[in-house]
Design a protein around this ligand. Structure first.
Ligand code: VG1
Ligand code: CO
Length: 543
């Protein structure tokens, strides 16, 4: 216990009224976080709600974005004041989200703080954020984030240990008063974990004859990708693009989707395209997989992983069950059914998978938002997904296109598209949702609507209930439209409209998405009266 000998400064402050955590932690503009006391009140509220035992160990890291270093210094001092005796932090403050999750679990730490706004842009005019994870390595459940929000509204003071923020530039342990700040290589433990799951020998041999390219998008995964793909598997350094984490991501939007990772898509379409390409986001939890010039839809990706898990060493003993977030395509359900294992449908946000993973009910899970992972951590994991595909391509000798074609032929194809509408006036977005909810009972039976409901979720492990997690409209032909509001934005509101169409006709498995969705997209737009409520004639982004 160090708090007795640590000098503590108590700072009075006013509460802020906008610190409700969203889908994944608290995200705001950097300038909001730079306001005096803003980070501190949120951290203090979190520490109060967490009530860590005396002498606790806490993992701290971030994606290297602007404001990270300063925030880590403050956080370390606040953790010391809260009686934490060990802070494990990545060198230079760097830890990818999945690596932080692993470190919490490996070290038996009591909690973790991850400083990131994920795929949101960085830099002084960009976004900042903070996620807090529990001792299982997963993000705080809703009951805790609600408690934190309540605490932020009435906070009057916070506590800081009176020492200078430690230097994080070299590995080793620094003692600050009674707190041991252990600076670790961000990649070491994670590399070992990946080696325990995948067939590195096979992958190394494969890379001797085949080229793959990974784009770290100037986010956190560069050092991890270099350590694994180059140092361990022999890929040339030049094949890890944008490999140095930059505070502003080099001005890029570090979001691995076909629009923001256009450079990679271009390489994939060139005549001497690599056999496999991948990208990850700012904090390393998202992934995009490309092969044969084709971006693998995340819903297909997780379904294919489940169907082929027996080919990958770490998963060859079988998978107990699978899960997907509600808006994610139901391609996964079809595979689970064939395997005779359960497939859970959870609300959007990785934290909802964590109980299922902890309870051993599921082994693989995914979200349509380019997120996939397994029980190896309690976060989604971008580089893991890329390595899974690399191992799969190496093990089968099949191209990504062949793997997709075989899968669709066996299970049918779940065409999937997300249309985002950015709505400046958040109240207009809320009104649209309320209006649609009110009309739901009247939709079935007309215009080939089979059913329409509001998605509420009861966690099968702890019985906790999360209501209002989106709106589902099911059509007679098996198509589905889902509506929900984003919980990660930092201004206005984003309405997400998710479209899914299932095709089993062998002649219709190769359509372009725009062709596949021409009808359903117009239908979804009209059903929600999007133009009436927002003035928008079309989606702001189609992914
Ligand atoms: C989005 C995605 C969701 C994901 C979340 C956090 O949330 O839709 O699937 O879990 O981002 O991912 P929302 O509420 O904006 O739709 V990350 O990589 O930004 O931590
Ligand atoms: Co992310």
């Amino acid at each position: 216990m160090n708090s007795a000998k640590t000098d503590i400064e108590i700072v009075s402050c006013e509460a802020f009224d906008d610190q409700r955590p969203g889908t994944a932690g608290l995200r705001k503009k950097v300038r909001v976080f730079q306001q005096p006391h803003y980070l501190e009140t949120f951290v203090q509220a979190t520490l109060d709600a967490l009530s860590l035992p005396p002498g606790a160990a806490v993992v701290v890291g971030g994606d290297g974005r602007y404001h990270n270093r300063k925030a880590i210094g403050t956080l370390t001092r606040m953790l010391a004041a809260a009686g934490v005796s060990r802070v494990v932090v990545g060198q230079d403050g760097i830890l990818s989200t999945p690596a932080a999750s692993h470190l919490i679990r490996k070290r038996g730490a009591n909690a973790g703080f991850i400083l990131t706004a994920s795929h949101n842009p960085g830099g002084p005019d960009g976004d900042f954020g903070i996620k807090f994870n529990m001792s299982n390595g997963g993000q705080a459940p809703e009951r805790l984030t609600n408690a934190v929000y309540e605490a932020t509204k009435s906070i009057r003071e916070y506590r800081l240990a009176a020492f200078d923020a430690p230097d994080l530039s070299a590995t080793g342990t620094v003692h600050c008063d009674g707190v041991a700040v252990e600076v670790v290589d961000p990649a070491e433990d994670y590399v070992q974990l990946m080696e325990s799951l995948f067939d590195f020998d096979l992958m190394r041999e494969f890379l001797g004859a085949n080229r793959v390219v990974f784009d770290a998008m100037n986010g956190v995964t560069g050092p991890y990708a270099r350590a694994i793909l180059c140092d361990r598997l022999g890929a040339p350094a030049a094949d890890v693009l944008n490999a140095v984490p930059l505070e502003d991501f080099g001005g890029l939007h570090p979001d691995p989707n076909p629009v923001d990772a256009a450079e990679l898509v271009e390489i994939a379409e060139s005549s001497d395209a690599p056999i496999l390409l991948g990208a990850s986001d700012g904090d390393g939890d998202r992934n995009m997989i490309i092969g044969s010039g084709h971006v693998v839809s995340p819903g297909d990706s997780v379904a294919i992983m489940l169907a082929n898990a027996h080919r990958i060493p770490g998963y060859s003993n079988g998978i107990s069950g699978a899960a997907r977030s509600m808006p994610t395509s139901r391609a996964l359900d079809a595979v689970a059914e064939k395997l005779g294992i359960p497939c859970y449908e959870t609300p959007t946000g990785w934290r909802f998978f964590c109980n299922l993973l902890d309870d051993g009910r599921i082994g693989i899970c995914g979200e349509e938002s380019f997120g996939t992972s397994s029980a190896h951590v309690r976060e989604k994991d971008g580089l893991w997904a890329f390595l899974f595909w690399l191992n799969l391509v190496a093990a089968t000798g099949h191209s990504v296109q062949r793997i997709l074609d075989d899968h669709w032929t066996e299970y049918g194809r779940n065409y999937f598209q997300r249309r985002d509408y950015f709505i400046e006036d958040a109240s207009a977005a809320a009104a649209l949702i309320e209006d649609l909810k009110g009309r739901l009972p009247g939709l079935p039976g007309k215009h080939s609507v089979a059913a329409a409901d509001r998605f509420d979720y009861t966690d099968p492990v702890d019985g906790s209930v999360s209501t209002d997690q989106g709106i589902r409209v099911f059509l007679d032909d098996g198509s589905r439209i889902v509506y929900r509001l984003s919980g990660t934005g930092t201004s206005g509101a984003t309405l997400r409209v998710y479209l899914e169409r299932i095709e089993v006709d062998g002649d219709k498995l190769g359509m372009e998405a725009d062709v596949a969705f021409a009808g359903l997209a117009a239908r979804a737009h009209a059903t929600a009266r999007i133009t009436d409520f927002t003035g928008l004639e079309s989606a702001t982004a189609i992914i």
